[in-house]
Design a protein around this ligand. Structure first.
Ligand code: FAD
Ligand code: NAP
Length: 469
């Protein structure tokens, strides 16, 4: 009987797992029996944008936390697949920070070429999984989210690739229940247009706070206050934007901060991160971790320590994304097929501990980028995933972080060189701050000659720019 593999989630990680098996098949390996379960009607995970917030059109929790005008926040050269380059997909150089729709097109293009869609059951949510120690089998219960029909499957190996940036972490603050304005979490933010002229308070000091804050600046918010718990981000913000320590309490529209200052606000956006949540898994199989670069209990960040038939992809915080998911998927594939032998439980535990010790000593963001580079390198060295210059990618991450420090509104206007093809990215035709149409067509083809809306948008953006920085 061939190996039976279940994959939960068809976002970039689940797509990487399908692609990994397909790549081995193309080299002559047997294809296992694969079923991939995806609760949405299409693949792409976070990149499968939906306007739904809270609950989606099928009554499931809305998965994607992305917003309409989201652009990649890291250079595309850091996430490029080494077996499917941007040059191959687009046929010409493009700029380094594509909008969401362009990256969706890229990741979908690779798997369409591999003909793996047939393995995916769309509109199918996994409700529960049991593991039988005696038979070493997983029993999986799924449900069609449109018809309600439930089904049971049995697998030898199970891959969890459901992401961990979908269930919002929502802290309590004194008085927030009587704040008269809008309060939302970043998960439910879809666009900043309606915050034009408004005074926004963002709680949190990481990527969501920074990027949603700058979206709001771009769309003409009157002021943006970023409230931090651990420390300020310290960017050279535009004049609309300030950082304050954590909110201590709300009184009506007033927020009081830990340094004794206060401010009046129209809306609050909690940019307070996400929870690892696996409601379909028993607790002894579920990752329980904060958002860190190396969650405990996963050998090589992938294999569940107490059950080596269970695999997680993309469970870590992410400098690397698509190519790291590939490295993990190739590694998981080779463990599943026995090509990579599992060391003893004690050896695995020691390996996990050494990564955790290194993680605990990381001094700054540069060290974090190097840490994840070393991690990805170890996985790639263990498999036949096409090698690429990981040190060059780490340098790109550091250049990117320096560019952000120099110009938080302008770092996306920089161009980087692909470490795989050597292609230098194009300088984009429109500065990010002026780019109001994020469509694939506009991104690739530039401003249309007769599109008044674009011309208007540019004028508006320039007006906003003149007001701010
Ligand atoms: P996801 O993309 O989250 O996909 C998980 C899939 O699992 C989804 O399709 C979901 O529907 C499905 N699923 C969940 N539960 C079930 C279930 N019970 N049954 C069946 N299916 C289920 N990365 C970058 O490289 N660049 C960026 O610019 C960038 N921007 C980001 C912006 C935001 C706001 C967020 C939240 C993340 C961003 N990321 C970015 C990181 C992003 O997490 C990764 O790029 C990538 O989407 C992770 O892939 P994944 O497959 O692991 O998880
Ligand atoms: P995150 O990186 O996990 O950061 C969570 C933030 O919430 C931290 O600043 C944390 O503060 C703060 N926080 C948590 N609990 C808090 C509390 N009780 N009170 C105050 N602050 C609290 O989450 P994220 O910023 O949402 O980013 C998630 C992912 O989305 C990342 O991968 C990121 O790259 C991606 N993203 C990308 C884009 C883009 O591409 N354009 C935009 C947004 C997000 P501490 O530091 O004190 O823990």
């Amino acid at each position: 009987m061939s190996l039976r593999v279940g994959i939960i989630g068809a976002g970039p990680s689940g797509m990487a797992q399908l692609r990994a098996f397909e790549a081995a098949r193309a080299k002559g390996a047997d294809m296992p029996e694969i079923v991939c379960f995806e609760k949405q009607s299409d693949w792409g995970g976070q990149w499968n944008y939906s306007w739904h917030t809270g609950i989606d059109g099928s009554g499931e929790s809305a998965h994607s936390s992305m917003y309409r005008h989201l652009w990649s926040n890291g250079p595309k050269e850091c996430l490029e697949f080494s077996d499917y380059t941007f040059d191959e997909h687009f046929g010409r150089p493009i700029s380094s920070f594509p909008p969401r729709e362009v990256l969706f097109d890229y990741i979908a293009g690779r798997v369409e070429k591999s003909d793996v869609r047939k393995y995916i059951q769309f509109n199918t949510a996994v409700r529960w999984v049991n593991y039988d120690e005696a038979t070493e089998e997983f029993t999986l219960f799924s449900q069609d989210v449109k018809t309600g029909e439930s089904k049971t499957y049995v697998f030898d190996k199970l891959v969890v690739s459901t992401g961990h940036f979908s269930t919002p972490n929502i802290p309590e603050f004194d008085g927030i229940n009587t704040f008269p304005g809008e309060v939302l979490h970043a998960h439910d933010f879809r666009g900043a247009e309606r915050f034009g002229g408004k005074r926004l308070l963002m709680i949190g000091s990481s990527y969501s706070a920074e990027d949603i804050g700058m979206q709001a600046h771009k769309m003409g918010a009157a002021s943006i206050t970023l409230s931090y718990r651990s420390g300020p981000m310290g960017f050279d913000w535009p004049s609309t934007t300030v950082e304050r320590p954590l909110v201590t309490r709300f009184e009506g529209t007033t927020a009081h901060f830990a340094d004794g200052t206060s401010g009046e606000f129209d809306a609050v956006i909690m940019c307070t991160g996400y929870l690892h949540k696996y409601p379909f898994l028993p607790s002894d199989l579920a990752v329980n971790s904060p958002n860190v670069l190396y969650p405990g209990n996963l050998y090589k960040g992938v294999v569940w320590q107490q059950n080596t038939n269970l695999f997680y992809l993309g469970a870590q915080d992410q400098y690397y994304t698509f190519n790291m998911f590939d490295a993990q998927a190739w590694f998981a594939r080779d463990v599943m097929t026995g090509k990579i032998a599992m060391p003893s439980a004690a050896e695995r535990a020691a390996d996990i501990q050494s990564w955790l010790d290194t993680q605990a000593a990381l001094a700054d963001h540069d060290a974090e980028a190097d840490f994840q580079t070393d991690y990805v390198r170890e996985l790639i060295n263990a498999t036949d995933y096409p090698e690429f210059d990981l040190d060059a990618v780490s340098t790109l991450f550091k250049d990117w972080m320096r560019h952000k420090s120099e110009d938080i509104l302008g770092y996306r206007d920089k161009a980087h060189r692909s470490v795989i093809t050597g292609t230098m990215a194009e300088i984009h035709h429109t500065r990010w701050i002026n780019a109001m149409d994020d469509s694939l067509e506009r991104f690739l083809n530039g401003p249309s000659q007769n599109m008044d809306t674009n011309a208007m948008a540019t004028v508006d953006a320039n007006a906003i720019l003149a007001k701010g920085k």
